[in-house]
Design a protein around this ligand. Structure first.
Ligand code: ME8
Length: 668
């Protein structure tokens, strides 16, 4: 039986309202699923929701509902959004469904009977908010001595508890070998390196239960009714329970291992170390590729409920339409890298690519054909070097689109597509159909218009995975009733004589920020306050003005000079980040422990959380000013300042060195 192309997204926490981050992963999976189907593959695209755990239980209790009624209501937010965004998932799994819970219980029983699950008591710092234990060295100590969870910055409590443990350590070497032998398993490379770093450390056993008296909302442990399953152990198994693991061998074998498991970089370790060892313990291979994509910030800030800048994707669909949202999200940043979503950026890209290149080419092709050639697809006629060059360029770009898309390089695939549109516009400009018409050279005019429309057809076909509705509309205007990848690299797929439809602009230009968006932006900005300086202190009043005057000073630099002596007073040193955690009290700040070549690590608080996640900084060598007078930033004492390049949108990049020099090295 032919292998089914299997692609998954994470199961999103049902309690959270879906936002751009969730939308990004699901749309990325949908684009790939649509493309593979168009290539003739049988596809299984899975998404769903993660519905157990303490937070869900607490929210349901607050609302006076049973957890099941609560999740049945909340899940619809995800289901409706995916429908509005035209996502074509083949299955939507909820971790509260019997088809999932029975598999989780069977897996638990098998591992328990085999000795891979054992019972033991444990004492540690328990974070109710993160639903996990932390060790002494993990917790953050607040100014008043309260110990806080490094993930959620909420207080932790010392808890002694007997639980069941999965012998993750037993499979650690197998996992290391798997990672070493399967170079393509984890992508992109930055995330692969992060995992390889994590695998160098000890892998301990994983606590996989919670006492039922503390957490009643979970899958019961089959042999011990006092316990329920830990959310991650439960949720990760969805990827196999949904495709018939232990129930429907044929479907399961056709799908597993998955071709792509798409996740965000936040859940890399759970999907590699936890999920990888779970699979190996069950005698199953990990997915062919687990891609941990980069992170979105919004208008230069970390997306956060407390900042009030979480953009509801429903609003974007209302205003821009599903196709434009899908296109811009996938074009706006590289899949593996981080990116910032801004409405201005949205409009710029929409106008520059969809309206000015693709929409414009279609408009020109159809309206000129209507004006001079009776509104029908003209014959191909006699081909000249101009058409041969156009054909060669288009063929190359179609191949580039395919190679990029198959490698999940969505933004590069779209760049190739835009370049096809540009090539069409350029061809039209240089062949000057208006002059041919004037000269009465109708045969050549027909050839030129036909080739222009052929380029439109290629654009329409390749737009399909990203903008399924606009693609269909575009092709319909060229007289084609269905979208196909067949012969898409050849400029000869239209039906001669088919009638063309002009219609309204396919992608009307957007010159104003839609009022609803402008309003949402104002509200978010008011809630968030001004972007603050790197050091994390409150921004001085009138910061905007200061920025403006800096801008105008750009043309004519008038830096105040300092003496060499003054410069030598500044101790700029290479520092290596030992650990990093969110600031307990400020979304934009990170608290870093750095090795500055001294006896003890220094604490530096930096306003870089909108640009960098704590994990990606660990091990990095950065440049820090160490002799600034220490100062408290939102209650945490900072013993230095990190250097970074910044622009109007905030931090662009941390400063580092070209060579790998030792911590403590002086920069002079
Ligand atoms: O972690 N930028 O669910 P979750 C990009 N239930 N992507 C983002 C993002 C952002 N700012 N924010 C969220 C969970 N995402 C678990 C998963 S799987 C068995 C269990 C996306 O609701 C990204 O895909 O917190 C990230 O990995 C996922 O949402 C986290 O979703």
């Amino acid at each position: 039986m032919a292998k089914t192309f299997y692609i998954t997204t994470p199961l999103y926490y049902v309690n959270d309202a879906p936002h751009i981050g969730h939308t990004y992963t699901t749309v990325a999976a949908d684009v790939m699923a649509r493309y593979q189907r168009a290539k003739g593959r049988k596809v299984h695209f899975l998404t769903g929701t993660d519905e157990h755990g303490q937070k869900v239980f607490r929210k349901a209790t607050e609302r006076g509902l049973t957890p099941q009624v609560h999740v049945d209501e909340l899940v619809q937010r995800f289901q409706k959004l995916w429908e509005r965004l035209d996502c074509t998932h083949d299955d939507f799994i909820r971790t509260t469904e019997a088809r999932h819970t029975t598999v989780v219980q069977e897996v638990l029983t098998e591992l328990y009977e085999r000795g891979d699950i054992y019972k033991e008591s444990y004492a540690g710092w328990y974070s109710t908010s993160a639903e996990r234990f932390w060790t002494e060295k993990d917790v953050i100590v607040a100014e008043d001595g309260t110990k806080l969870c490094p993930d959620t910055q909420q207080p932790v409590e010392w808890l002694e508890e007997t639980n069941y443990w999965f012998r993750m350590s037993k499979y650690a070497d197998k996992l290391r070998a798997w990672a070493a032998e399967h170079g393509e398993w984890i992508r992109p490379d930055s995330r692969k390196n992060e995992l390889l770093g994590a695998l160098k450390k000890d892998i301990e056993d994983l606590c996989i239960t919670r006492p039922k008296e503390r957490l009643p909302w979970g899958i019961p442990v089959p042999w011990d009714s006092d316990y329920v399953t830990y959310v991650w152990f439960d949720a990760l198994l969805n990827y196999v329970s949904a495709i018939g693991y232990r129930k429907d061998e044929e479907t399961f074998n056709a799908c597993w291992p998955a071709d792509f498991q798409l996740i965000g970089k936040d859940i890399l370790i759970t999907h590699t170390v936890y999920w990888g060892t779970m699979l190996l313990a069950l005698g199953l291979d990990p997915a062919d590729c687990l891609y941990a994509h980069g992170w979105w910030t919004i208008e230069g800030r970390k997306m956060s409920k407390s900042v009030g800048n979480v953009v509801d994707p429903n609003l974007l669909v209302d205003i821009y339409g599903a196709d434009s949202v899908r296109y811009v999200l996938m074009a706006e940043k590289s899949f593996g890298g981080d990116g910032d979503f801004s409405h201005k950026g949205f409009q710029l890209r929409y106008n520059a690519e969809l309206a000015n290149v693709m929409g414009n080419l279609l408009h020109r092709g159809v309206s000129m054909s209507e004006k001079w050639l009776g509104g029908a697809v003209a014959p191909l006629g006699e081909i000249t070097d101009a058409e041969r060059a156009l054909q060669a360029e288009v063929s190359e770009l179609v191949a580039s689109y395919d190679a990029h898309l198959c490698a999940l390089s969505y933004n590069n695939a779209l760049e190739a597509l835009v370049n096809i549109g540009k090539a069409g516009n350029k061809y039209l400009d240089s062949e000057k159909p208006w002059a041919l018409n004037k000269a009465g050279d109708m045969a050549r005019l027909a050839t030129v218009m036909r080739h222009t429309l052929e380029v439109c057809r290629v654009v329409g076909g390749l737009l399909a995975p990203f903008c399924p509705n606009k693609s269909q509309e575009l092709l319909a205007r060229l007289g084609l009733s269905n979208v196909s990848l067949e012969g898409l690299d050849q400029l000869s797929g239209l039906q001669e004589g088919a009638s063309l439809t002009h219609g309204d602009p396919l992608f009307p230009r957007m010159d104003e920020l839609p009022p609803a968006i402008a309003e949402a932006l104002e509200t978010a900005a008011a809630a968030a306050g001004p972007l603050k300086s790197l050091g994390g202190g409150a921004a001085p009043k009138g910061e905007k003005k200061a920025k403006k005057s800096k801008k105008s000073a750009k043309a004519e630099p008038t830096f105040e000079t300092i003496s060499f002596e003054d410069f030598t007073k500044v101790e700029i040193r290479v520092v290596e980040v030992i650990s990093a955690a969110p600031h307990p009290d400020a979304d934009r700040l990170l608290v870093l422990q750095v090795d500055a070549g001294e006896d003890t690590p220094r604490t530096i608080v930096a306003g870089i959380a909108t640009k960098y996640s704590p994990e990606e900084l660990v091990g990095k060598k950065l440049l820090g000013v160490l002799n600034l007078a220490p100062r408290k930033l939102r209650g945490v004492m900072s013993q230095g300042m990190l250097l970074a390049a910044s622009g109007s949108k905030g931090i662009l990049s941390m400063a580092s060195t070209l060579a790998d020099v030792a911590p403590g090295s002086r920069i002079s």
